[in-house]
Design a protein around this ligand. Structure first.
Ligand code: AMP
Ligand code: MG
Length: 416
């Protein structure tokens, strides 16, 4: 119960300890840019060219030189010397002439302004340009977005759609990224059966396997499915060692508490090292972190709790940043939001709580956070109802209207 105060490691302290242990992966591969979505880039990337590569028109219209425009007459007629469409190489613009030009087309040397076509009139003698034309108008300058040689995407950046576009504009067609990590997921529990099978008395369906598979695939890991481990000490040890041989990281759910049927922690202590156990986190207190020894090497291991909501919280808050750091990512914290609480917490807890909650805008456009009525850690439906976690700090209470922090679930899967 909550009086085990001194044994619980605060979440932030646990995170520091965990992240300190991470060995960054040294396995890379080069992939075509089109296949690089969601991958973490392993090298700084410099622009091979400037963007735009040349001065170009921001409008459909006429390229002119302002020196050719009369300051006394309402219009100046200029003969049309050339037509420049996007992709054409422009000729030098002669003095006293105009060029028909289209959006994205190269501005000819000699021109210093583009006049939009709506302001011009075409006649037999040429095009009539109005008096008020400013130098540089409607011209997108070479290098306005970035210059050749600038580093624009740095090692450890996850590649979203916008980075793929940026890299393409930089002239880069393939990138070196971290290879996906192999993560073995095992579910402990004699009560577990897979959906599709008939439930016998006392059994439940294995839902953690699916939650973890989704979370891991969502972050680009190679999922290795280790199936179900029965609640037996020797079997647990064997299967963990077997998993550690094949994977970069091993995750179990369940069997990590102090019951007679909980063998994970004791198994880990025999076949490796337990480095962290019992955190001040709700749900998810019984969590075992350490590594499994294999000769001289060690495979990191997380023994997550059994309750599905606790699996979701502990994976998202602790395992995910660990995996991201293994993959070379620099930014490990999830994107956060905040809103006013439409709930209360009157009794402070010694654990930081991650409540299954919904953030929506109220009728005034203010972010309002509602929590699911029951926060029991066994309830997965509550997580399906939620769109994120509301955070209640350890030792804090919450009154209606207080501003509380919120982590949108998209933060954990957020490739866009
Ligand atoms: P344990 O820590 O093994 O005692 O598990 C805590 C609770 O989580 C128990 O009610 C288990 O039945 C449940 N549980 C454990 N593993 C799973 C799983 N893979 N899927 C669904 N529920 C589970
Ligand atoms: Mg169990």
């Amino acid at each position: 119960m909550e009086n085990t105060k001194t044994l619980l490691t605060p979440v932030d302290e646990a995170l520091v300890t965990l992240l300190d242990q991470v060995k960054e992966s040294n396995r890379y591969e080069v992939v075509p840019l089109i296949d690089a979505l969601g991958r973490i880039i392993a090298e700084d990337q410099k622009a091979l060219i400037s963007q735009p590569p040349m001065d170009n028109s921001a409008m459909d219209g006429y390229a002119i030189n302002t020196g050719d425009i009369s300051s006394t007459q309402a219009f100046t007629s200029l003969p049309i010397q050339q037509r420049i469409a996007a992709g054409d190489a422009a000729e030098i613009l002669d003095i006293g002439k105009a060029a028909r030009i289209f959006t994205g087309a190269m501005v000819p040397a000699g021109a210093n302004a583009i006049v939009m076509q709506e302001q011009c009139e075409v006649h037999e003698e040429g095009v009539r340009i109005p008096q008020s034309v400013k130098v540089g108008q409607n011209i997108r300058l070479k290098g306005e977005d970035f210059k050749a040689g600038q580093t624009l995407v740095t090692k450890g950046t996850p590649l979203r759609s916008v980075e793929l576009g940026l890299l393409a504009a930089m002239g880069i067609s393939a990138v070196c990224v971290f290879k996906p990590l192999k993560v073995m997921v095992l579910s402990t529990g004699d009560e577990l059966v897979e959906p599709g099978e008939n439930l016998q008395v006392g059994q439940i369906y294995n839902s953690n396997r699916y939650v973890l598979a989704g979370l891991l695939k969502g972050m680009g890991c190679e999922l290795m499915d280790g199936g179900i481990i029965e609640d037996d000490f020797e079997t647990t040890k064997q299967q963990l060692q077997n998993a550690a041989q094949q994977a970069d990281l091993v995750i179990t759910s369940g069997g990590v508490s102090v019951g007679e049927e909980d063998h994970v922690k004791n198994a880990l202590e025999e076949i490796g090292q337990l480095k962290l156990w019992k955190l001040a986190i709700k749900p998810g207190k019984p969590l075992a972190y350490g590594d499994i020894k294999l000769g001289d090497s060690r495979t990191p291991f997380f023994g997550l709790p059994g309750n599905p909501a606790a699996v979701l919280v502990t994976f998202s808050i602790l395992v995910r940043p660990y995996l991201l750091k293994m993959l070379g990512a620099k930014n490990l914290a999830p994107d956060m939001a905040a809103g006013k609480a439409c709930f209360t917490r009157t009794k402070p807890s010694i654990r930081r709580e991650y409540l299954r909650a919904r953030l929506v805008l109220d009728e005034k456009g203010v972010a309002a956070i509602t929590t699911y009525p029951s926060q029991s850690s066994g309830l997965l439906r509550s997580a399906s109802w939620a769109n994120g976690f509301a955070i209640v700090e350890a030792h804090q209470t919450v009154a209606e209207g207080d501003v509380v922090s919120f982590i949108p679930f998209q933060s954990f899967t957020g490739i866009h």
